[in-house]
Design a protein around this ligand. Structure first.
Ligand SMILES: [Zn+2]
Length: 298
């Protein structure tokens, strides 16, 4: 299984910043230590090209991130201070998403130890998302004819408003979002199927709702699933508002991956959001997706 990563994913942020910038390297080390990913499976995320980014984003917005001319207010909406690293990281996240999707088409499953930046819109970023990796990857595969139909299964606790907006009206992409009804973004953009869950939802109700929704993504007959396996539905998450256990999240990931394997549909995974304090609980949950992948795919 090819697993893409970048040394730029770990973010050095100002003291007191509430984004856990160190979680990416922690996950990589944990996967290696647990034998869930071998060193030879780790691949460096290549930077997305301008052509890749411009399929999903306004070229002027892309350029403003690249050269740092983006307005301070637009950067505040993203939630990070601008830096050269932020620009490189956003490109690597999108390039890695394309590469991981291609690896999944070849091998059946692949992933990236970042990504799921689903709050990025056509001409602005938001909610810690600069560019939209799944929109960029989906449009790269579709434009190259590598896939004709794509399903995005977005299980981050926050609704994927950016994906839904950028890919709206396309008949070759199906977006399923299962998220917290009362959580960010407060203005949601309709996906093909949105499942909005009340605050405090626990494992059993969550898994039942997912089990009910999942067939719609496969009835679409996708050539590939892009799976946003955000772990912020975890009860320890500071920004989640749902109440899933580690076991519940593992069962969720196993359910999605089992459905992909049973349908013969390749799947590429992104880690999505995770904001537990301490962050270790989120990293453990991220590792769970790879444990589930090994259980389902060997
Ligand atoms: Zn999230």
């Amino acid at each position: 299984m090819d697993v893409y990563y970048s040394d730029d994913f770990d973010l050095k942020l100002p003291p007191g910043h509430r984004f856990p910038g160190e979680k990416y390297g922690m996950l990589r080390r944990r996967l290696l230590a647990a034998g869930l990913v071998s060193p030879s499976e780790l691949k460096a995320s290549p930077p997305a090209t301008d052509a890749d980014l411009h399929r999903a984003h306004d070229p002027a917005y892309v350029a403003s991130i690249e050269d740092g001319t983006i307005a301070p207010a637009a950067m505040r909406r993203i939630g990070f201070p601008w830096s050269l690293q932020i620009a490189r990281r956003a490109r690597a996240t999108c390039g890695g998403a394309i590469a991981a999707a291609r690896a999944a088409l070849r091998d059946g499953i692949a992933g990236q130890l970042a990504g799921g930046t689903h709050h990025a819109h056509y001409d602005f970023g938001s909610g810690y998302c600069v560019f939209n990796d799944f929109a960029v990857a989906a449009l790269a595969l579709l434009s190259a004819g590598e896939a004709a139909r794509i399903a995005i299964i977005d299980l981050d606790v926050h609704q994927g408003d950016g994906n839904a907006a950028i890919l709206a009206g396309r008949e070759d992409v199906f977006v399923l979002s299962v998220h917290g009804e009362k959580n960010f973004p407060f203005r949601k953009v309709a996906s093909n199927l949105d499942v909005a869950l009340p605050d405090g939802t626990e494992d059993e109700d969550y898994l039942r709702a997912l089990d009910d929704a999942l067939p719609a993504a496969f009835d679409f007959r996708p050539d590939i699933v892009l799976f946003q396996a955000g772990v912020d539905p975890l009860k320890e998450d500071r920004l989640g508002r749902l109440s899933l256990s580690q076991e519940g999240l593992y069962a969720r990931d196993e359910m999605v991956l089992t459905a992909c394997r049973a349908a013969g549909v390749p799947v590429s995974m992104a880690i999505g959001g995770g904001y537990a304090d301490p962050i270790d609980a989120s990293v453990e949950a991220y590792a769970g997706a790879y444990r589930a992948a090994r259980a389902v795919y060997g």
